[in-house]
Design a binder for this molecule. Structure first.
Ligand SMILES: [Zn+2]
Ligand SMILES: [Zn+2]
Length: 739
């Protein structure tokens, strides 16, 4: 027997190894290329796996190997390079390889369904059809009409949907008649925006000096790997730099991958890319149907889509001609998946670019401390955009001390007066409160009872709009009690502020002013965010209030005052990253103001006006804040000066997570490793969530390599623990949140 005839297949399952099979009956080895999908027998059923390689030997005796049931593809879905990146990610994040490989595929393909035909049904002219005179078809006016329509662009077929639209209805029979004459033929049209490009005015705006310098720095580097941190204040025009770089890459015949945090929140960014980049763009985000996603994915895989613009999981999109990777708002938490396969798309973008040997650009107005550190030590080239584009002036930040001040709906009298002045002057004001709902708690004024979630260690948020108490952690809802369950008293009142209550109070105070609220509740229905943003730009509202949804890249040129309420929780959060996040949020929200010619003013309400970090942030800006925060991290040996792994466990019975983690720590200590520390186990900051008790163990080391050496030995041993079967546990490499 010669050659490799055993198939090593990644099968989606919570198991850490691949599985070996024999080729399906009747299938020759030449069709079995790595990257094709196979239906394989697994347990009592069948699963759709991906062939990783052909090998000569198996740990299992060859006579005991089963043949795969069916070959599903005629050509590989994933290239060798894609497979290698995924295997690297599975290893690094310690996640089952079958799950990782499967998660890189569009949902329909994961399920083993046949690939969608690549295009939409369409019709084009044959060579003879192009020569026909529609006017000669006097006895078939409808055929003449379609022929005339197609002859307007004789070399560009039209989609069937477009033809129906032009003909005011279905007209398949007429198309068939034309087909029988041999004048038209059916075809597939790959969804792209190519055909629309004729209408788009492609303009090359003048880059300012900083922008041009940033573009030049990347271009100067040529094609090899290099990471760049594009550190540009809000409004400095990072998008223009991205567009100029993408144009360069397209001119070289290559593809560009652009990762963004949440497309739904930044329709403007998307529009700009679509208007300005004269090449087919494939969009990949959660707002698409499975079929739409697959179409976009296929266009990227075929190389038809020159640009892929997508959220987190788009980092795995196979792109045969990839020449540039961009990660916009690289500090954003949504690049890290928080459950299951807990990868960081930002970090994988770097790994991908390094393997591909192409440049990667991380952009942000508020870079993560990790990225700033990498720039400090020269791993990334630091590109700065210090000035706002155009004439816009940066906003002025002020601290507003609210100690011993009577607040009305969370707003101090000074801030209320300032809002009133801006409104009278015909400007817009923006109030930022990062808590949705009516009020964070409902309390009994007689006995002090507070409405709490029965399944979590959390207070319920009162949503007055629909009269329910809502747990923002497990999603459970309950009606508002009319009497106190403890003392039967009737003085049940909301306490504290949420955006819903703030809106009510402001509406009473400014009765003749248009007020709009932007948060998850007010934008629940599809398209509503888009509509509200449009209305803001039309000047329908003078008072804008909302949560961090307002901080995500929208431009509000007429906003001249930003009031930021309740920043103090960020200063004393349980998470060591709390201050970093708070500073990013304040800076991002501030960036919404004064973007046009009107200067903006930002007022930060705090009960801790002397806190050094907030002081530095307000006085000297995010860059100085970040330097100071980095110094604090360094002295505490926290990331980025060390590397962490979080072992989480949860169970319905109290105590079980702790005893599992105790045993796991024991094992870990016995393996050791120089400079590896174990912290905990401790209850999670929210110990009970959705009825589960939760705890975690933090493992930290100054050396990433040491940490991973430990994991390689430790995790298989943990899987063997008896107590591991009594809890749900997971590993989070480079955790971003402790919750
Ligand atoms: Zn009571
Ligand atoms: Zn809950």
């Amino acid at each position: 027997m010669s050659g490799d005839l055993i198939l090593r297949v990644a099968v989606p399952a919570p198991l850490y190894s691949c599985f070996d099979y024999l080729p399906p009956e009747g299938v020759g080895l030449d069709g079995l290329l790595p990257g094709v999908r196979l239906l394989v027998p697994f347990g009592s059923g069948e699963r759709c796996g991906v062939l990783l390689e052909l090998v000569a030997e198996s740990e299992i005796e060859i006579t005991k190997l089963k043949p795969a049931s069916k070959l599903l593809d005629t050509e590989p879905l994933l290239g060798q390079e894609d497979i290698e990146l995924l295997l690297w990610a599975a290893e690094y994040y310690r996640h089952p390889v079958g799950d990782v490989i499967s998660s890189a595929l569009p949902v329909r393909l994961r399920k083993g369904m046949a690939r969608a035909t690549t295009g939409l049904p369409g019709w084009g002219l044959t060579a003879i059809g192009k020569e026909q005179d529609p006017l000669a078809l006097t006895r078939a006016p409808r055929q003449a009409e379609i022929l005339g329509l197609l002859q307007q662009h004789p070399d560009a077929p039209l989609s069937q949907a477009d033809i129906y639209l032009n003909m005011d209805g279905e007209c398949r029979a007429i198309l068939r008649a034309l087909e029988q004459r041999g004048w038209v033929e059916s075809c597939e049209i790959v969804p792209s925006r190519e055909e629309r490009l004729g209408e788009v005015q492609v303009s090359t705006p003048h880059l300012n000096r900083d922008q041009q310098a940033a573009v030049d720095a990347v271009i100067r580097h040529g094609t090899g790997f290099q990471a760049f941190l594009l550190d540009g204040v809000t409004g400095s025009g990072k998008t223009e730099v991205y567009i100029a770089l993408v144009e360069q890459v397209l001119a070289a015949g290559q593809q560009a991958l652009i990762l963004v945090p949440e497309i739904g929140l930044t329709p403007q960014l998307l529009q700009r890319f679509q208007q300005r980049i004269a090449a087919p763009i494939a969009l990949l985000h959660s707002g698409l149907s499975d079929l739409e996603r697959e179409h976009a994915w296929s266009a990227a895989v075929r190389g038809d889509a020159k640009v892929v613009l997508g959220t987190r999981s788009a980092v795995f999109t196979p792109m045969p001609e990839l020449g540039l990777v961009i990660v916009d708002e690289e500090h954003d938490l949504s690049f890290k998946q928080q459950d299951g396969f807990r990868y960081s798309a930002r970090d994988l973008a770097l790994v991908r670019a390094r393997r591909r040997e192409c440049p990667v650009v991380l952009g942000s107005a508020t870079p993560s401390l990790e990225s700033l550190r990498n720039a400090q030590v020269g791993r990334y080239e630091h590109l700065m955009l210090l000035k706002r584009a155009g004439e816009a002036v940066p906003p002025r930040l002020d601290i507003l001390d609210i100690r011993s001040v009577n607040l009305d709906a969370g707003m101090s009298p000074v801030l209320l007066r300032m809002v009133s002045e801006e409104i009278q002057a015909g400007n817009q004001a923006l109030i930022f409160l990062n808590r949705r709902g009516y009020s964070p708690l409902l309390a009994c004024y007689d006995c002090g009872w507070i409405a709490e979630c029965r399944r979590c260690d959390a207070r319920l948020t009162y949503h007055m709009g629909n009269g329910v108490l809502w747990c923002h952690h497990c999603g459970s809802q309950r009606r508002v009690d009319s009497t106190c369950p403890e003392c039967k008293g009737e003085k049940i009142r909301p306490l504290g502020q949420g955006t819903e209550r703030l809106e009510q109070v402001l509406a009473a105070r400014f009765p003749d002013t248009g007020i709009v609220r932007i948060d998850r509740d007010s934008t629940r229905t599809k398209g509503s965010l888009h509509r509200l943003l449009d209305e803001i730009h039309q000047g329908k509202y003078q008072l804008l209030l909302g949560t961090q949804m307002l901080a995500k890249g929208h431009h509000f040129p007429n906003v001249t005052l930003v009031g930021i309420l309740d920043v103090d929780q960020g200063l004393f959060g349980a998470d060591f990253r709390a201050a970093e996040r708070m500073a990013q949020l304040i800076t991002q929200v501030s960036g919404r103001a004064g973007r046009a010619e009107k200067p903006g003013r930002v007022v930060v309400q705090t009960r801790h006006p002397d806190h050094p970090l907030i002081h530095t942030l307000v006085r000297d800006g995010y860059g100085s804040f970040a330097l100071e925060a980095l110094r604090e991290r360094q002295s505490a040996l926290l990331p980025p000066y060390s590397y962490q792994v979080l072992l989480r466990a949860e169970a319905t019975r109290d105590g079980m997570p702790r005893s599992f983690l105790d045993e796991a720590m024991e094992l870990g200590r016995s393996i050791g490793g120089s400079g590896v520390e174990f912290w905990g186990p401790v209850p999670a900051p929210m110990e009970r969530r959705a009825g589960n008790f939760r705890a975690h163990l933090l493992v930290q080391s100054g050396s990433r390599a040491e940490l991973h050496r430990l994991l390689a030995v430790w995790l298989p041993k943990i899987r063997g623990l008896k107590s591991a079967r009594r809890v749900r546990w997971s590993v989070d490499v480079d955790p971003q949140e402790m919750l």
